[in-house]
Design a protein around this ligand. Structure first.
Ligand SMILES: C=CC1=C(C)c2cc3[nH]c(cc4nc(cc5[nH]c(cc1n2)c(C)c5CCC(=O)O)C(CCC(=O)O)=C4C)c(C)c3C=C
Ligand SMILES: [Fe+2]
Ligand SMILES: [Fe+2]
Length: 348
């Protein structure tokens, strides 16, 4: 018995004229974070247990963190968070999964429209669809060349690097590994920033311009950035690129960071306190967009569109308008497919 997977015992393997197994269709694997299977405490506990045990996500000594995680976090947080998931849950499931799947399907259709022989898979770093299964499915479809695309425009070790690690860890078990590429960050790609710009303009055409436009990115411990994570810079690069496209209206744009977890200092300014101080100052209308999230999820729909809306209005703000994530917007899906096709160059 071999320690490697995929021992296929191909009867033609010793035939020198056998087809090249590395030259089937191209594979594209979109990878998002992961989400519970159901809005229940048990499912949220399983999800958080896997997610928060990743040493790329919580960088405390494992023995210490596992005690805190199991004694304090996993005993309380699932019951507190499950009802929040229930508030945003869709008929088809968790919003993060539904929107990610719709985008993957739209990208696949666009790539095929471009005449490419590709298979597109969707995987989650934690939970389902299981990343290893999605990679195996691409291999089973004959993909000898795979482009993996973590669905994060801005690079963070806790999101991008752990997805890259997981792909490599699975392939470490194969005898014949596919050729791999990664599209690991695209904070200023035209496809992406133009799509953000169109979303803002479409919203303003319909609702009018706000006093301020807040871009809220997911937070990260400051320590991670001090130790070399490019995330903070990537977020500000995205903001700068969008500000340039907005021209004179770019002055309305501000940046903040949401979803702080734990007691250590995270990237600042924090989203909710920023909105509260604006409310108190008399800033009337705020538009809020979460450009770091390609798919709407708990962190955008509940924390921002519900929690931050309420906090801003309570502090004295007049109107809070949430601009949804790009999700499976057809123009964005087409341009994202073009960006992916660029990264397949030389293979096509
Ligand atoms: C140490 C904790 C966390 C770090 C670091 C972190 C970074 C990070 N996360 C995202 C994107 C998402 N996070 C989501 C949920 C979520 N994130 C954390 C903690 C950290 N994130 C927790 C505990 C949770 C679960 C919800 C909760 O208990 O509050 C999600 C949404 C998932 C969903 O099911 O909808 C996304 C997406 C990024 C981009 C990032 C670093 C840049
Ligand atoms: Fe997170
Ligand atoms: Fe959160």
């Amino acid at each position: 018995m071999s320690r490697f997977l995929s021992e296929v015992h191909d009867p033609r393997a010793l035939d020198p004229e056998a087809p090249d197994p590395g030259r089937g269709p191209l594979g594209v694997l979109l990878i998002n974070l992961g989400t519970p299977d159901a809005p229940t405490p048990a499912a949220v506990r399983r999800y958080l247990g896997e997610f928060l045990s990743d040493p790329r996500v919580v960088e405390l000594p494992a023995a210490l963190w596992q005690v805190i995680l199991r004694l304090f976090v996993l005993t309380r947080r699932p019951a507190a968070v499950a009802p929040k998931y229930a508030q945003v849950w869709l008929d088809r499931g968790s919003p993060l999964l539904v929107h990610s799947q719709d985008l993957a399907d739209a990208v696949a259709a666009s790539l095929r429209d471009r005449g490419l022989d590709v298979r597109v898979g969707l995987a989650m770093r934690y939970g389902r669809p299981v990343l290893a299964d999605a990679l195996d499915a691409l291999r089973a479809a004959g993909c000898g060349r795979i482009l993996a695309v973590p669905m994060y425009p801005q690079y963070a070790a806790s999101t991008t690097a752990t997805a890259v690690d997981a792909v490599n860890a699975h392939l470490a078990r194969l005898r014949h590994q596919p050729t791999l590429r990664f599209l690991d960050r695209f904070p200023t790609a035209d496809a992406y920033v133009d799509a953000l710009h169109r979303a803002v303009r479409a919203h303003w055409d319909q609702a009018g311009k706000p006093d301020r436009l807040l871009l809220s990115f997911h937070g990260l411990p400051q320590q991670s950035v001090r130790q070399g994570d490019p995330y903070f810079r990537d977020c500000h690069q995205t903001a700068r690129a969008l500000r340039a496209r907005l021209g004179a209206d770019g002055d309305r744009l501000h940046v903040a960071f949401q979803s702080r977890f734990g007691a250590a200092p995270w990237l600042q300014p924090y989203t909710q306190p920023t909105l509260e101080s604006w409310g108190r100052e008399g800033v009337g209308t705020v538009d809020l967009m979460c450009p770091g999230f390609l798919a709407d999820c708990l962190e955008t729909l509940e924390e921002i569109d519900m929690g931050c809306r309420e906090a801003f209005l309570k502090a004295g703000g007049r109107a809070f308008r949430y601009i949804p994530c790009l999700n499976a917007d057809p123009d964005w899906a087409r341009d994202f497919a073009a960006l992916i096709a660029d990264n397949l160059a030389g293979w096509t």
